[in-house]
Design a protein. Sequence first.
Length: 144
Amino acid sequence: MKSYRQALTLNIPSRMGFVNITPHVQKALSESSIREGLCLVNAMHITASVFINDDESGLHKDYERWLEELAPFNSGSNPANGGYLHNRTGEDNGDAHHKRQIMGREVVIAVTDGKLDFGTWERIFYGEFDGRRDKRILIKIIGE
């Protein structure tokens, strides 16, 4: 069995955003020369996510609105005022940790005949919830 590892670095200029990283993962798969196996893609930061869904801008706006309703940004640390206890550490990203938990850390995609074995509309996305700095994404492919 072979393995291939690549780290992708992204810097999202806003606090929250979604990026279709499918082309990067497909390129890594081609470079790996693995024809059958599994591809793991995970956000290597606790305030970012990797998930699979449709590449449709309305859906992404819906995610932003929904996530903000579930875990609204608040830089404070007083829960009575909607703040997060986590922010007592000196950070202001308590909401970003919750958003990451909701959207997930990683995905695993089957590799069949040298291709990502997707459903019709499936694409891989990086979700950023505390942006404006470099963050890494791990692409790990194993197989034959």
